[in-house]
Design a protein around this ligand. Structure first.
Ligand code: SF4
Length: 274
């Protein structure tokens, strides 16, 4: 576990992850258990990290992959809040969360930043080892929407301070099933929900080998254009669409072997939504 600052967002990267994506860009900390050995912190230390991020001028605190550490995070937040932590808190999750746990978080987190990674359970099982991902993630996001609705509140600087932002990563060969996901969001939640559509996929971790041919390349312009078409067709207007840039993938390659500076080239994080 460790803090990091990216463009004003103070991120706390929590070790390990409740998914096992074969294309994970953060695999060094999400799936290599040796990486976290010896880096455990006590509640008090985590609370102190949060206060340090606030003192450093971060405009919010983001918990990255918090699902499996929710009780510990809550305890640290409680300690830090008693000592003056007042920044907006971001729950940055892959969406594989329990609605029951999320109901307990009502009023604690100001911004939910979930993925809706798949609309097909078989793809989720094969590529992220996440049984029944679709129903679990959709139920979780529906609970986040119940708490925060579809309006994104910003402050006088234009920085998000409260709301739901659904992150949609375009995968090659249509593996994310984004048409179905967008239709579900429109029909079940609202077309006013804020979306963050990401084009940055590149084959990392196991997908960089030969075992996953459908994930072995970046997305193509035609695949990107199709998603833009669907966004328009379903009437989405709020959020961000990451440009499809030839060299963008190089910006997003974190290297957690240097935990104090995992994003050596962080230019795009300066414009991040949360
Ligand atoms: S959910 Fe994100 S952090 Fe977790 S394994 Fe998948 S890509 Fe990696």
């Amino acid at each position: 576990m460790g803090p990091g600052s990216a463009g004003g967002t103070g991120n706390v990267f929590l070790g390990h992850c409740n998914l096992r994506c074969v294309y994970c860009q953060n695999w060094q900390i999400s799936q290599d258990f040796r990486a976290g050995a010896g880096r455990e912190v006590q509640f008090e230390e985590l609370a102190e990290m949060l206060l340090q991020l606030q003192a450093a001028g971060c405009h919010n605190v983001g918990f990255v992959s918090p699902t499996h550490f929710t009780p510990q995070v809550l305890r640290a937040v409680d300690i830090a809040a008693a000592r003056g932590l007042h920044l907006p808190l971001v729950y940055n999750t892959n969406g594989y969360d329990s609605p029951d746990v999320l109901r307990e978080l009502d009023g604690v987190f100001d911004i939910y930043l979930p993925d809706l990674r798949y609309s097909d359970d078989e793809a989720a099982r094969e590529y992220s080892k996440a049984p029944d991902y679709v129903s679990h993630a959709r139920s979780a996001v529906a609970e986040m929407y119940r708490q925060l609705g579809d309006g994104l509140v910003t402050d006088h600087r234009g920085l998000a301070v409260r709301g739901l932002i659904i992150r949609l990563l375009i995968l090659p060969n249509g593996l994310a099933g984004l048409r179905s996901t967008l239709e579900w969001i429109r029909d079940t939640l609202s077309a006013r929900v804020t979306l963050s559509v990401m084009s940055q996929y590149y084959p990392a971790h196991k997908a960089a080998g030969s075992g996953y041919p459908l994930l072995s390349r970046r997305i193509r312009p035609g695949e990107y254009a199709k998603v833009l078409e669907w966004l328009e067709y379903f009437g989405f207007e709020n959020g961000w669409i990451q440009p499809l840039e030839e060299d963008a993938a190089s910006y997003y390659r974190p290297d957690f072997s240097n935990p104090s500076l995992p994003f050596a080239d962080a230019r795009d994080f300066r414009a991040g939504p949360a």
